[in-house]
Design a protein around this ligand. Sequence first.
Ligand code: GRF
Length: 198
Amino acid sequence: MRLAILLSGRGSNFQAIHDAVRRGELDAEIVCVISNRPDAPGIQRAREYGYDTHAIDHKAYADRAAHEHEVLRVLDAARPDFIALAGYMRLLSASFVERYRNRVVNIHPSLLPAFPGVDAQAQALAYGVKVSGCTVHFVDEHLDAGPIIVQRTVDVLDGETAATLSARILRQEHQAYVDALRVLARGVRVVGRTVIRE
Ligand code: GRF
């Protein structure tokens, strides 16, 4: 499985995927790592590991479409089977989604469809839920909305803060992302919203 990774920040999910590949727990090759933020710790780490890295700064492009055009040019050249968004803070256009239909994967720190968008962990706390977690899903035209591949739950504890909940969810994210990519490596069919494992 040829895997491209898009990130914007810390890159702990990228790190978890890298670790799983290196340990032989995920049969994949990371063929490129792209960041829209040149100073993202994640892209610096990827560079140290010797991956094909591309810092494509969205601020250097006239508009959203021009930036995405360059991202797509790099992606197409890398010939990925799947594209993993790992903290990539840019919306993808409908034509990007269409071109890589059911091949772009995202991770979100809540049990979707609850709490899409930013600050999902704080949203969950404010709502008072007793269970939250994370979701790995295919990307469609809507925000945090495509077919679900893997979810993992996290209990919300008494006295929880957004920081403590985020940290515990993040540990589950790392496992969930690797699990989801393993599922994809073995093959899936998507029927409506349902992802069926082969
Ligand atoms: C994670 O919480 C992920 O769910 C969200 O962005 C964060 C990225 O963290 N989409 P990292 O950069 O992988 O450490």
